[in-house]
Write a protein that binds this ligand. Structure first.
Ligand code: GDP
Length: 436
């Protein structure tokens, strides 16, 4: 869903790479591009405005950080503000002190309410609850049957008026369902209500009446993320007409631009609680603003790396190493220091696993062996300062001495020296590319 937005944001942020310092003009230009990307993704204008203003203000006021380069600093700010517009903390379901907890679903016809009832029930059942679905959509001819089918697939109970009992009174069905839930010991009741093709007063009144009759702990406004800007106006209409406590976004698997998803929370002030991304019952999960933001930024867990770099950063040491990498003066002594600094951040395999694209590297990662790094350290420690500064002087007899002293084979000393030269060459190339 957010592919285009994600691509755009990633490339905007990539353009900042290699800049030693960001001027206000750089920040303005970046903000402008982010603004265009958001508008193209169909994010509501007021939301875009607030977002951009915050990014600019924070980026311009940001302290120069030793741990993060300017690009990383902007990525961090954009990420934090994205998390904020998506709602900040993950909002969990409110459960009733005395069961049953009542969850009412409201939204337009076709938004995915009935499907959602099944998904939510299955999800709750997986968490040890005993949910019951209640069919209060008595408008649409097939709605009751559809809910029964969904309940059966989810393996949960359903409460519905007897077929052929005329149109029926959805308010009464909702009210009666609570007695049934208490009797049959269902601790969560999910009430599916009727939708219409568009917002209308009769629909709002019926939903309000049901709400008043069963005092739900949660009223979830279900909205199809594919309907674009209409999602925002519909949300406002439901907020004013029925009121809701949380939002469920459906059809996030579609190829729409996703702006609705990014606007609804900010515009209505109500949290997004769940997201649906497919027609199957298992295509559903709780909504986590932080995970969604990093998915939109398309940066794997680079953000986690940024956090860890901030925590474990040693300014003086890093400056020294960076300067040496650029000029090609890096020695084995620095190599050892860097290795120790990186290790402070956690197991190597975990760090590598956080880089984007690391998914395909799983097998290689499994080979990264902390023990072999211990051996490398032992070898470097077994060298004299002169040898660490200039490994070229390490001749056959020195090699033998080092190997013996550190308890390894001569071959391993050779390997280390060769790898050091390779790494040095690679770092110099990278330093050139990233403008270090
Ligand atoms: P209701 O009228 O609000 O009860 O909507 P339905 O639950 O009947 O859903 C309308 C259509 O959307 C159905 O064809 C569903 O299979 C489909 N649908 C619901 N949720 C999703 C979703 O997350 N992704 C996709 N692709 N389709 C969905």
């Amino acid at each position: 869903m957010f592919d285009t937005l994600s691509d755009r944001l990633t490339s905007v942020l990539q353009n900042l790479r290699g800049k030693g310092r960001l001027t206000d003009a750089d920040i303005d230009a970046t903000a402008r591009e982010i603004r265009i990307a958001l508008l193209e993704a169909d994010v509501a204008l007021p939301v875009v405005r607030t977002f951009i203003a915050k990014i600019k203000e924070r980026a311009k006021g940001a302290e120069v950080s030793g741990a993060l380069n300017p690009a990383q600093q902007v990525i961090k700010i954009v990420n934090e503000e994205l998390v904020a517009i998506l709602g900040g903390e993950t909002r969990r379901l409110n459960l009733a002190k005395t069961p049953p907890t009542v969850i009412m679903l409201a939204g337009l016809q076709g938004a995915g309410k009935t499907t959602l009832a099944g998904k939510l029930a299955r999800w709750l059942k997986g968490q040890g609850h005993a949910p019951m679905l209640v069919a209060c959509d008595l408008q649409r001819p097939n709605a009751v049957t559809q809910l029964q089918v969904v309940a059966e697939r989810a393996g949960v109970a359903v409460y519905a008026p007897e077929p052929g009992n005329g149109v029926g009174d959805p308010v009464k069905v909702a009210r009666d369902s609570l007695d049934e839930a208490r009797r049959a010991q269902h601790d969560v009741v999910i009430v599916d209500t009727a939708g219409r093709l568009g917002v209308d007063e009769e629909l709002m009144r019926q939903a309000s009446d049901i709400r008043a009759a069963v005092s739900p702990e949660e009223v979830l406004f279900v909205v199809d993320a594919m309907i674009g800007q209409d999602a925002v106006t519909t949300a406002e209409a439901f907020r004013d007409g029925v009121g809701f406590t949380g939002v469920v976004l459906t059809k996030l698997d579609g190829d729409a631009r996703g702006g609705a998803a990014l606007s609804v929370r900010e515009v209505t002030g109500m949290p997004i609680m769940f997201a649906s991304n497919g027609e199957k019952l298992e295509d559903f999960d709780a909504f986590h603003p932080d995970r969604m933001a990093s998915r939109i930024l398309g940066m794997g867990d680079v953000l986690t790396l940024i956090e860890q770099a901030e925590q474990h950063f040693d300014q003086a040491q890093a400056e020294k190493a960076a300067a040496k990498i650029g000029t090609g003066e890096l020695t084995l002594e620095d190599f050892l220091e860097q290795m120790l600094a990186v290790r402070k951040m956690g197991p190597i395999a975990n760090l590598l696993g956080m880089l984007p694209g690391a998914g395909q590297m799983k097998d290689a990662l499994a080979q990264v062996d902390e023990k072999s790094i211990d051996r490398l350290q032992a070898i470097i420690r077994g060298m004299t300062p002169a040898e660490r500064n200039d490994p070229k002087i390490i001749n056959a007899s020195r090699r033998l001495r080092i190997a013996k002293g550190s308890g390894v084979q001569v071959r391993e000393v050779n390997d280390l020296v060769n790898r050091f030269y390779d790494a040095k060459k690679m770092m110099q190339q990278m330093a050139g590319r990233f403008g270090m």
